[in-house]
Design a protein around this ligand. Sequence first.
Ligand SMILES: Cc1cc2nc3c(=O)[nH]c(=O)nc-3n(C[C@H](O)[C@H](O)[C@H](O)COP(=O)(O)OP(=O)(O)OC[C@H]3O[C@@H](n4cnc5c(N)ncnc54)[C@H](O)[C@@H]3O)c2cc1C
Length: 484
Amino acid sequence: MRRINDAVAQSGTTLDQWIPLTSVEQMAKTDYDVLIVGSGAGGGAALWRLCEQWGQSGKKIGMIEAGDLLLPTHSFNVPTLNEQRVIEYWERIADYAGDRWPDFQKAKIVRGLGGRTLIWYGLSPRFDPTAFRTWPITYKDLVPYYTIAEKIMNVTNLYTKGSALQEMLIERLLMGGFPETTDVPLATDLAGTKYGQVHSNVYFSSIDFLAYALNIRKFDLSVNTRAVQILTEQGKATGVKVMTADKQTYTLTAKTIIVSASTWETPRLLLNSNIPGEAIGKYLALHPMFIATGTVNRDLFPEVFGVALLFLPGSVERNYQLQIFNDYYYDYTEKPLLKKEPMEMHGYGIVEPRADNYVSLDPNQRDAYGVPLLNVHFSYSDKDQALHREMHDSIIEYASAAGLSLDSPPQLTPPGNDNHEAGTCRMGDNPATSVTNRFGQVHGIAGLYIADNSILNLTSPANPTLTTVALAIRTADHIVAQMK
Ligand SMILES: Cc1cc2nc3c(=O)[nH]c(=O)nc-3n(C[C@H](O)[C@H](O)[C@H](O)COP(=O)(O)OP(=O)(O)OC[C@H]3O[C@@H](n4cnc5c(N)ncnc54)[C@H](O)[C@@H]3O)c2cc1C
């Protein structure tokens, strides 16, 4: 207790919340070396890496987040949120597009510290090396950053280790014509607490990035602070105009700005700031998602059954991944012993990158902050639909090889259900067809970077977050090298 009191006396502050916050008034008085907009996967990763690289160098780093403090950890780590209550909670915190975006009805926006990493499932495969053929960087360029990202996010394929169900299903699939089937890499910390080191956050979220950063050095964080405009002068970023929840306006200044506001909000912010670039908002992509439910007969498995979470990754010949898992592979409650175990299958494909799939500012409607609403235009091409037919048939074959009885044919779900939308500020060498260069810097604007899903060329059916995090770490390293 004495040591705690001493710490308060030294810093001159008491902690009102579970994370130190800085008022926006205070932030408006600081000239930041780097200011990050958004605290989800991309923003959190960039923040952590900058803090790690710069250590106690005296560089000033700030982060603003439009949403409030929601949870101090991933929702799956909260023992009062069982499988039913966690979904009810998500329904409350996520803003569903619904009829507002008829082309993308199932899109969800989470405004809050940590962004959508508070509710993601943690599946973290890499993109296949061949997926980088149309990228400005190669797989080899990204390998060191994938490795760093996997380490910091605790990506492991041991989550299902020792599960009889997992092992028997994989064996059936290996022998049944799907030899690439394997355990899903999951961002989960499976280490037990010992020697005084507490491991209470099993499921990784961006709050972990913020915590690691905070334990290295100080940074300023303001929540309920929304970026409404990026400010530039003569082709250089100079700051961000922000608004608080009570609609007060402030100007924050920074030498470098990293926008990590998501596939929807990043292009919206750039378009509202008149940042030049023909490709801003274009090439919206997703993973067309199929769902099928079914059962496996429990009699064929030993008494101690376990959980299943396995997948067939995408590859150069296969533009989709297939997953099988049992309902639910995370929970706090006892499961009833059923004769038939309910199972779920997901299939994720890719779409052709097309400029016709895009987001734009609504010329007539604005939100409460005076920012034009976003419109979304999305459709599937003939080639996309041919892939859907292939996926449909392949899911049936995969289920059969695994010994699953499907309840009904696989269903293509509405856009947004995958939660993997990307591409609206994609990376590339050509400013006519891409928004950022190979380091995430917006073409033609010095000091303005993007680090979130919007930067991805979604050329792989692998879940996107690990790749976004790897790219954000690479962007942070590039900024550190530039500011030496
Ligand atoms: C239910 C669910 C399950 C998922 N499962 C997986 C999975 O298993 N594997 C996987 O790879 N991905 C998964 N995802 C997707 C994953 O959550 C996203 O890929 C990832 O969070 C995207 O990171 P981001 O930085 O682009 O955006 P986000 O995480 O959405 O963060 C954006 C942040 O920016 C803030 N913001 C927005 N606008 C502004 C503004 N103007 N000013 C200031 N702040 C702003 C937001 O409040 C938010 O905090 C899942 C998503 C959901 C919803």
